[in-house]
Design a protein around this ligand. Structure first.
Ligand code: TXA
Ligand code: MG
Length: 347
């Protein structure tokens, strides 16, 4: 199949292009589109066979449920029951935006979308292209990240084509996404609510509004971890081995990294590093490939560069990639979560 790629203005998407994509969705086809976090691979959430194809083209196991994207909170009641005051409060503050809320599911939503769970995940994306597509198609759109299962999520149209080109009907190319890590997944069917995946909305911002939140270690959704322990531990991963260096201070993590880099170079390996500017001087004289993550203090840039960096180093055929932890404040928690899952080793 030829994937039709349509360039769209990320701020004011052309109605003709959006309408073409909406037609594909309504016919039961698959459209990849930009959101503010990463590119999504969308299908009509109410069309079971369209949703099944999402799992097929991504090679995604059917036990890993999808996020349903909505044009606005008004659409939530068409897929969820018992929409709570807490949902409305969070939606008012964070939607459109990178917050996914777990809700009780309506029977009308095919169980394929939720992998048989009685709950569903929903969010309103803050991207003009995604919102325009949702409005034009008039249906809720189920969309996981538009990458092959287990690989780094796509933050550019090139990433999507590399993974899914010729497997899907259409790609709306709206340029690079702005946040770069996926949405925060919060389960508000539990009391207190549970953070299932740290993401674009920092935990602190949610705690400020709703108080205590249970933070699941490793943040793997209950339904998934129970059925397949370990299955999802390697995720968002580059082809090369990734080593995550940690320590009580950046200094300690960097000392470990330097030591390992020298060892790998001695072994004749090609080494790639994901580094913030402040760390670069320590590796200057070594024969390594460096992908810059911006400045240490600006976590937004690190998050934005992370997946692109993993893919870029893979493209340069490195054998091993090293990076370090950037703390757990703000977006740091999401960055740490993705690095831990992508890593084959944490030292
Ligand atoms: O930013 C994002 O969230 C992107 C863009 C495209 O919106 N989407 C995304 O989808 O990251 P995906 O499929 O890669 O991740 C969905 C996450 C998974 O961790 C999944 O287990 C969880 O949401 N999830 C979905 N439904 C759930 C449910 N009913 N209960 C618990 N977790 C659920
Ligand atoms: Mg994903």
């Amino acid at each position: 199949m030829m994937t039709i790629v349509i360039k769209v203005d990320p701020n004011q998407p052309e109605p003709d292009s959006i309408n073409r994509a909406a037609e594909v969705i309504k016919r039961g086809g698959l459209v990849a589109f930009p959101t503010e976090t990463v590119y999504g691979l969308g299908a009509n959430a109410l069309d079971e066979s369209a949703v099944r194809r999402i799992f097929e083209v991504k090679d995604r196991p059917e036990f890993d449920p999808l996020i349903i994207h909505l044009a606005g909170i008004e659409q939530l009641e068409s897929v969820a029951i018992d929409v709570s005051d807490l949902t409305r409060k969070l939606a008012k503050l964070f939607w459109p935006g990178p917050l996914t809320l777990i809700q009780w599911k309506r029977n009308e939503v095919p169980s394929m979308v939720t992998s048989g769970l009685p709950t569903l995940a929903a969010r309103v994306p803050a991207h003009p292209v995604a919102l325009a597509l949702l409005k034009a198609s008039g249906v809720p759109i189920a969309a996981p990240s538009a990458n092959l299962f287990g690989r780094a999520s796509p933050t550019t149209s090139r990433h999507v084509l590399n993974d899914l080109g010729s497997r899907i009907e259409m790609l709306l190319d709206g340029g690079p996404t702005t946040i770069g890590v996926e949405s925060t997944v919060l389960d508000i069917t539990t009391h207190p609510p549970t953070l299932l995946r740290p993401g674009g909305v920092p935990l602190e911002a949610l705690e400020e509004v709703i108080g205590a939140i249970i933070v699941q270690e490793h943040s793997i959704p209950a339904g998934v971890s129970l059925r397949s322990p370990g299955m999802l531990s390697k995720h968002y991963a580059p082809r090369a081995e990734l080593v995550l260096c940690t320590g009580k201070s950046p200094h300690e993590a960097l000392r470990k990294m330097r030591h390992l880099v020298e060892k790998y170079l001695d072994q004749g390996l090609r080494v790639g590093l994901l580094l913030v500017e402040e760390d670069c001087s320590r590796f200057e004289e070594l024969d390594v490939v460096i992908y810059p993550l911006g400045q240490e203090m600006i976590l937004e840039t690190i998050a934005y560069s992370l997946y692109a960096g993993l893919r870029a180093l893979d493209d340069q055929d490195v054998d091993i990639i090293l990076t370090r932890d950037f703390g757990d404040a703000g977006l740091g928690l999401a960055i740490r979560d993705r690095l831990k899952r992508a890593a084959s080793r944490v030292v």
